[in-house]
Structures are given as C-alpha cells and as structure tokens.
Design a protein around this ligand. Sequence first.
Ligand SMILES: [Ca+2]
Ligand SMILES: [Ca+2]
Length: 221
Amino acid sequence: MKLFAFFFLTLLLSPSLLMAEVLLKEDFEKGISDRWVERGFPSIRNKTRYELFVEENGNRCIRAISNNSYSGKGIFISFNAKKYPILEWRWKIENIIEKGDARKKEGDDHAAKIYVIFPGRSSWNPLDKRLLIYFWASRVPRGEIIPNAFEPEIARMIAIQSGREHVGEWKTESVNIYEDYKRAFGEEPAEVEEIAFVVDTDNTGESVVSYFDDLVIRTAE
Ligand SMILES: [Ca+2]
Ligand SMILES: [Ca+2]
C-alpha cells in the first residue's frame, strides 16, 4: 500500500517528466552530425573552431576554441516556440573574457552564447531577423536582458551566467524561449529558424575555450 502511494505521489509530482514531448535532443555521443553547420559573418576572417571533444569520463561534447575570432555552429530547425518553449543545454568555459562588456561595442565578446534565431516582421526581406541570445556574461548581472551593442533593434541578450564564479564547471541551463522572446521584444515570436552555439572574441582580441553539450528542445509538459 505504501509503495503504491509512493508511486502515485511520484506521478502527481512529475507531470513534466512524463508528458514532455521532445523535439530535439543532441548529446554528441555519436559525433557532430552534418546537420551542424558553421555560421559567421563574411567580414570576420578569423573563425572560432568547433570540434568534437572526448572528456576523461568518456562524455563527448562540442569544444569551441576562439582566439580573436567569431563564428557559430548551428542547426536549421523550424518550430513553434509556443508549442516547444523549453530550451536546455550544458556549457562550460575555461575563462571569462576579461574586457567583455555586453553593453559596449568594444566589449561585445562572450565566452559562450546560444543564439535562437527568428524571422523578423518584414514579409519581403529574408534578412530581417530577430536574435534571442543567451550568454555567459563577464559583467552584466545574471537575469538581465539588454539590447545587443551592435544590433539593438534586432538582437536582445539575456545573461544566464555571469562572472568567474562557475568557470571550469559544467552548468546545466533551462530557459523558456517563448516567454523570454516576449519579454525581450514585447511581441509574439514567429517560428524559430535556427539555433547556434557561438563563441565570440573578435572585439577584444582575447581567447577562450568553451564546451557545449546536451541540447534539448521540448514542450513545457
Ligand atoms: Ca555528450
Ligand atoms: Ca564580438
């Protein structure tokens, strides 16, 4: 009887685990598939290097090596952010960007970021985008939403980690991209087009090695 009560309670307490519909799960244990493509600006010559990395415990993940460079590694994936609002991932950085300051153009470098890319409001301009950027900040406090220094209208940044406190540790994150988009842009999002890991050191000229793993996109319950 007691055992039954325990199971019943567990069922009641964990609806999200039982009911969530997972749209995407990437743990990189079978490598980095061809679906993951390099993305950058043609004007920035130095690209961040993305490669498969095997940790001492055998876990496989993406390692990004950035030295005065900028580029991303991402996937094109179209989905409704209201239906699949939960984005989860793990990340680890070996150092923060010393001169990194997301409020200034000259400090717009970050040890680790995740871009969630949406089309903008223009129906005729395919280059009109909205970028929701989750980042490991050097200075901006955790939880703060700020306009990007270069593209304040189209790119908004949310600090998920901040400072040195967790340097060298894997941190697991979970965000609601639907709610965050509405908070950041004050409107409903269009369908997501793309998600990318980005390591960016081109404005400060600094260096960092960062790691990404266990990307999940799922329903809230
Ligand atoms: Ca893994
Ligand atoms: Ca930069």
